[in-house]
Design a protein around this ligand. Structure first.
Ligand SMILES: [Zn+2]
Length: 377
């Protein structure tokens, strides 16, 4: 992974990682609320909470998430979506997300959610999306970072709901919505059940990412790519079964993995989330380093910051501690993410050349001036 720039060999620290420009492609809006905001909104909305103290509530979410099963992991969302039922609450959560991203050094974020869960108090799907976009735009204006919104359909709801979400995404494409996703429990709900929605998106020249190969095998990734026309894969970790045998030994790459590699299909990797849902028993068994070393277009993501008690900085730190990532790897992963964003091409180039690259150049200079002159190219 060498490049021709002099690289400081200082191990990335949490503070410096936070200061580096980062890009986040896979983050759920309803999985990233501040605990204090959940409490305030719950009081206003008369929603019952298991804990009233922000710290204890954060621990409750984490405990619920860290049970080793995706379906149990998803339970915390009934609480967060329960307090996101008014225009004001939706805008506030979106605005605060942009502020949290700014504090974490995220210069571009693609946040996602499903409007299907926010109509209990009578809001229309359009009102839900408008409210979230209002919060995101106000946040972007105030904090100077950029965003794209992805509309999720849910794999366990009827296909006609997915089509509605696809139509909604396309309707708001010029107002900040950049793509369409299929989320939810993978088991028993293959992506090809929702073909009509995906074909609608394709016919409208719009963008698709699909949660696939997380709780179900590599067939789910194959369907997402070859039936549904996805442009990115959420998680995708079961692609390892096309690369490795049961004992983790690398075998000859299968046609699916080769396709993903050759077509530069981005994989949205979420380390903490995979650990909490039990997709991997320990991070040492995570295929991320295999994908990365073999040149796959991998990106590092948070998935659900509240449920997993994480941030993008913390996810990179996990990469440093578990897989020995260095600064050049962080820059490469960040460029991977920006290249894979659904943001328009000139805007992607602008962030790459005017924000990410200068940010890493500055970091290299700072570290070298601070005496970390050992070079690791
Ligand atoms: Zn996700």
């Amino acid at each position: 992974m060498a490049n021709n720039k002099k690289q400081p060999d200082t191990k990335p620290t949490e503070d410096l990682i936070r200061a580096c420009p980062k890009v986040l492609l896979h983050d759920h809006l309803d999985g990233g609320l501040r605990p204090a905001t959940v409490i305030e909104l719950a009081e206003k909305e008369n929603v019952k909470l298991p804990e009233k103290d922000p710290q204890k509530l954060a621990e409750w979410f984490l405990r619920g998430a860290d049970k080793g099963s995706l379906s149990e992991y998803l339970e915390g969302f009934s609480v967060t979506t329960g307090v996101m039922q008014t225009e004001e609450a939706l805008s506030r959560v979106a605005y605060e997300m942009m502020e949290d991203m700014k504090k974490d050094g995220v210069v571009y974020v693609e946040t996602r959610f499903s409007p299907l869960f926010h109509t209990k108090h009578g809001l229309s799907h359009d009102q839900v999306v408008e409210s979230v976009l209002r919060g995101l735009k106000n946040g972007a204006r105030r904090f100077g970072n950029k965003f794209g919104l992805i509309i999720c359909a849910m794999r366990n709801t009827p296909p006609e709901h997915s089509l509605k979400m696809a139509e909604l995404a396309v309707r708001f494409r010029n107002q900040g919505v950049v793509g369409f996703d299929l989320a939810g429990d993978e088991l028993g709900h293959p992506p090809k059940d929702h073909l009509e929605a995906f074909h609608y998106i394709q016919r409208n020249n719009f963008y698709i990412t699909i949660h696939a190969g997380e709780a179900f095998g590599k067939e789910s990734i194959w369907q997402a790519l070859q039936f549904c026309g996805t442009h990115r894969i959420g998680h995708g970790i079961n692609l390892k079964h096309d690369i490795m045998d049961q004992d983790g030994k690398i075998i000859e790459m299968g046609n699916l993995a080769q396709y993903v590699l050759d077509r530069r299909v981005p994989l949205e990797i979420c380390l903490s989330s995979n650990l909490h849902t039990g997709t991997v028993p320990h991070l040492r068994y995570h295929p991320f380093p295999i994908f990365y070393r073999n040149g796959f277009r991998v990106t590092i993501n948070t998935d659900n910051r509240l449920m997993s008690g994480t941030s993008l900085t913390k996810e990179f730190l996990l990469g440093v501690e578990n897989y020995g990532l260095m600064w050049r790897d962080m820059e490469r992963l960040t460029l991977n993410a920006m290249k894979s964003a659904f943001f328009n091409f000139p805007a992607r180039l602008d962030i790459i050349y005017n924000v990410i690259k200068p940010g890493y150049d500055k970091l290299r200079k700072t570290l070298q001036n601070a005496g970390n002159t050992a070079i690791n190219t």
